[in-house]
Design a protein around this ligand. Structure first.
Ligand SMILES: *[C@@H]1O[C@H](CO)[C@@H](O)[C@H](O)[C@H]1NC(C)=O
Ligand SMILES: *[C@@H]1O[C@H](CO)[C@@H](O)[C@H](O)[C@H]1NC(C)=O
Ligand SMILES: *[C@@H]1O[C@H](CO)[C@@H](O)[C@H](O)[C@H]1NC(C)=O
Ligand SMILES: *[C@@H]1O[C@H](CO)[C@@H](O)[C@H](O)[C@H]1NC(C)=O
Length: 158
């Protein structure tokens, strides 16, 4: 479980890309979504404590960032990393996923003639599903109209 918490902590890390004095600095805010916050479907304990820290950085260094990016986990409901998509598997167990040389998943709908990638995938509870409230970015986070939002993990088999 420690590993899990560590991993999720990394999700929440506010990365300040390039030096803060630099003209082209960007502030990248990773996955501060209801699903990862307390009471969320994949909650990180005390994850909400990062919110005032981020808001503080934004208010104190307003002029330092030419770009603010917010990422958003945006999973289709049948995402392969969801335990619910695998028979007799529970959240937090691991499975191997095989992909061919074209990056296509080897499964019952696709026989791979070559296996190029053999990936260990940790399984998660369903979380941050497209268009669900759970996928919303926390309303407690300071936002600006010109923030760039990057939605990710939108493909079912990747
Ligand atoms: C989580 O849910 C409990 C029970 O519904 C509620 O009392 C608590 O305030 C909620 N916490 C957060 C951070 O939303
Ligand atoms: C994959 O190969 C198996 C065994 O050769 C065959 O039974 C099955 O129909 C194939 N599936 C597809 C999608 O080609
Ligand atoms: C994939 O990796 C796992 C774990 O290392 C191994 O047990 C399994 O045999 C590998 N499968 C293939 C098809 O290479
Ligand atoms: C999400 O909502 C948008 C806008 O209402 C809609 O166009 C889209 O089809 C929805 N996506 C899914 C997967 O439900």
């Amino acid at each position: 479980m420690m590993l899990f918490y560590f991993r999720c902590f990394i999700f929440f890390l506010v990365a300040i890309v390039t030096e803060i004095q630099c003209k082209n600095a960007a502030l990248v805010i990773i996955d501060v979504q209801l699903c990862f916050l307390p009471n969320g479907s994949l909650a990180v304990p005390d994850g909400d404590q990062v919110i005032p820290v981020i808001n503080d950085i934004r208010s104190k260094h307003k002029d330092k960032f030419s770009l603010v990016v917010l990422s958003q986990d945006w999973h289709c409901s049948d995402h392969i990393s969801f335990a619910s998509q695998h028979n007799e598997k529970n959240p937090f167990e691991y499975i191997q996923l095989l992909y061919d040389d074209k990056g296509l998943l080897c499964d019952s709908t696709h026989n791979c003639s070559v296996v190029k990638y053999n990936i260990t995938q940790r399984l998660w509870p369903d979380h941050c599903v497209i268009n669900s409230t759970s996928a919303d970015i926390s309303s407690k986070l300071t936002r600006s109209f010109n923030d760039l939002i990057i939605k990710k993990a939108t493909t079912a088999k990747v």
